[in-house]
Ligand binder design. Structure first.
Ligand SMILES: *Cc1c(COP(=O)(O)O)cnc(C)c1O
Length: 451
C-alpha cells in the first residue's frame, strides 16, 4: 500500500516562525499615518501589545514560538500533509497532488495558528479584553477559542449578513465564551455613521474592522486582533509551510508549484513563504507560488499597487498593497474569507516583484472543484479553499496534456461544514458567477489616499 499521509510527531512542531522580511530583495514600505509620516510604535501600542508590535516590525529571520503557544498548537498540530491519490486517479493525471490540511484545528481553519499567539501575547502584557471583527465567522471563532485558552474576554463584530446567514458560527463563538454583535452596531461612531447613511447596511469586513479598532483604541483594558494582512499574522502562519517542508522531506518529494486561496494573504503566505526562502536563495529557482483569488474580488490581479487604508472608515494606517480601494464593496460571494479590498503588504510586494504569482477563478468553478475533491478524498472543503483546489486541478489537467509528473501542493485552509448553505445553492444550480465589477473598482480607486 502506498503512503499517502505524511505525519510528524508532536515534538516536531516547529520551535520558530520564519520571517520573510529577512530575505526580501527590497525593504518593505512602512505603514504611514494620516499625516503621511511613518506610524510610530507608540500610536500602535494603543491597540496592540508590545511583543506583537516587535514582530510586526522585525527583520529577524527566526522568531521563537513560546512554549505556551506550542502546548496549545499540539491540540491539533502538526497538521497532516496528504497525497490526494484518489483525486489524481479521478483526473487521470501524472501529476502528484498534495494538500496540507489546516481544517483539523478546533475552529476548522488555519486561523487559530495566529489567534493563539495573539491571545498569548496580549495575556502576557495583562490585557483582559479583546475586540475583533469577523466576516464568514472563521476568524471570530478562532479568536473566541484562543481567548478562552488564556481567560481573555472576546467581543466579535460580525458582519451583519453573515450574522444572519451563519447562526452556527455565532453559536460556536458563544460556546467558547465570546460575545458576538451584528455589525454595523450603534455602539461605535463608525457603526453609527454607516447606519446614518445606509440604514439597511449589510455590513462589510472594512466596517467591522473600524468598529473593533475604534473600541480598542478607546479603552485601556482592551486590545484589538486582526486575522490576516499584517506581517505578524503571516509570521505565525509560517508554521504551515515549515511543517510542510519537513513532511516533503519524509515523502522524498518537493513541490513544483504551490497554490493557496488568498483573501488577506495570511494562509497563502503561511504555506508559501518558507518555500520562498529556498527559491530566493536560488535552490529551487523554478518553484511557482501562486495566490488564487475570486474573479469578483480580484485584488492582486486587477487592483492598484498603492497606499490605502486597511478598513472602510480610514482609522487604520495606510499600507502599500494591492487594493481595490478601501470603500470597494465586494459582491456577496460565498467565499466570505476572500471578500477583502486589500492584501498583505508582504504578499503584494512579492507579487509586484515577480517572486510570487496571482490568478483569479470564478465562483461556480470553485464549487465544482470542491465537490470533485470531496467525492475523491472525502473532505468537504471551505469555499475559500475551493479556489486553491480549482487551480490545483487545472494544473493537474495541464500535466495530463503534457505528461509532466509535477508535484502540486495546495493549502486546504479549512473544512466547509458551516458552509453547507453555499453548497446547497451550488447543488441546486442557483449559484452564479459575479462579473468583475470594473466600474465599481474604478470608482473606489478614485478615493485612494493621496501620498
Ligand atoms: C479566512 C480564510 C481564508 C482567507 O484568509 P487569508 O488571510 O487570505 O488566508 C482562506 N480560507 C479559509 C478557510 C479562511 O477561513
Amino acid at each position: 500500500m502506498q503512503t499517502t499521509r505524511f505525519n510528524l510527531e508532536q515534538q516536531e512542531i516547529p520551535t520558530h516562525w520564519y520571517n520573510v522580511v529577512a530575505d526580501l530583495p527590497n525593504p518593505p514600505s512602512p505603514p504611514l499615518g494620516p499625516d503621511g509620516n511613518v506610524v510610530s510604535p507608540e500610536q500602535m501600542l494603543a491597540i496592540f501589545p508590545g511583543p506583537i508590535l516587535e514582530q510586526e516590525m522585525s527583520a529577524e529571520r527566526w522568531i521563537p514560538i513560546p512554549e505556551e503557544v506550542r502546548e496549545i498548537y499540539r491540540l491539533w498540530r502538526p497538521s497532516p500533509l496528504i497525497r490526494a491519490l484518489r483525486l489524481e486517479q479521478a483526473l487521470g493525471t501524472p501529476a502528484k497532488i498534495y494538500y496540507k490540511n489546516e481544517g483539523v484545528s478546533p475552529a476548522g481553519s488555519h486561523k487559530p495558528n495566529t489567534a493563539v499567539p495573539q491571545a498569548f501575547y496580549n495575556h502576557q502584557v495583562g490585557i483582559r479584553r479583546l475586540t475583533t471583527e469577523t466576516g464568514a465567522g472563521q476568524w471570530g471563532s478562532s479568536m473566541a477559542f484562543a481567548g478562552q485558552m488564556f481567560g481573555i474576554d472576546v467581543r466579535v463584530f460580525m458582519v451583519k449578513v453573515s450574522y444572519e446567514q451563519k447562526p452556527f458560527r455565532r453559536s460556536m463563538m458563544q460556546t467558547w465564551g465570546a460575545e458576538v454583535l451584528s455589525s454595523p452596531t450603534t455602539l461605535t461612531k463608525a457603526g453609527r455613521d454607516i447606519l446614518a447613511k445606509h440604514p439597511d447596511s449589510e455590513g462589510s469586513l472594512g466596517i467591522a474592522i473600524s468598529e473593533a479598532v475604534e473600541e480598542a483604541a478607546g479603552r485601556p483594558d482592551t486590545n484589538y486582533c486582526l486575522g490576516s494582512v499584517l506581517n505578524h499574522v503571516l509570521l505565525h502562519q509560517t508554521i504551515i509551510g515549515l511543517e510542510a517542508k519537513k513532511q516533503f522531506e519524509k515523502a522524498g518529494d518537493w513541490p513544483d508549484v504551490i497554490f493557496g486561496p488568498c483573501g488577506g494573504g495570511s494562509s497563502f503566505g503561511g504555506i508559501a513563504l518558507p518555500f520562498l526562502a529556498d527559491k530566493a536563495a536560488g535552490k529551487t529557482p523554478n518553484l511557482r507560488l501562486v495566490a488564487v483569488e475570486p474573479t469578483s474580488c480580484p485584488t492582486l490581479t486587477k487592483g492598484a499597487y498603492a497606499y490605502d487604508y486597511g478598513d472602510a472608515s480610514g482609522y487604520t494606517p495606510i499600507m502599500k498593497m494591492y487594493t481595490l480601494g478601501h470603500d470597494f464593496m465586494p459582491p456577496g460571494i460565498h467565499a466570505g474569507g476572500l471578500r477583502y479590498h486589500g492584501d498583505s503588504p508582504l504578499i503584494s510586494q512579492l507579487v509586484h516583484e515577480g517572486l510570487m504569482e496571482a490568478i483569479a477563478v470564478p465562483q461556480v468553478a470553485t464549487f465544482e472543484a470542491g465537490v470533485l475533491f470531496a467525492k475523491a478524498e472525502g473532505i468537504i472543503p471551505a469555499p475559500e479553499s475551493c479556489h486553491a483546489i480549482r487551480a490545483a486541478i487545472d494544473e493537474a489537467v495541464r500535466c495530463k496534456a503534457t505528461g509532466e509528473p509535477k508535484a502540486i501542493l495546495f493549502n486546504l485552509t479549512g473544512h466547509g461544514h458551516f458552509d453547507m448553505a453555499s453548497y446547497d445553492r451550488y447543488l441546486s444550480g442557483k449559484l452564479e458567477d459575479f462579473d468583475y465589477p470594473a466600474e465599481a473598482i474604478q470608482e473606489s480607486l478614485a478615493h485612494l489616499p493621496k501620498v
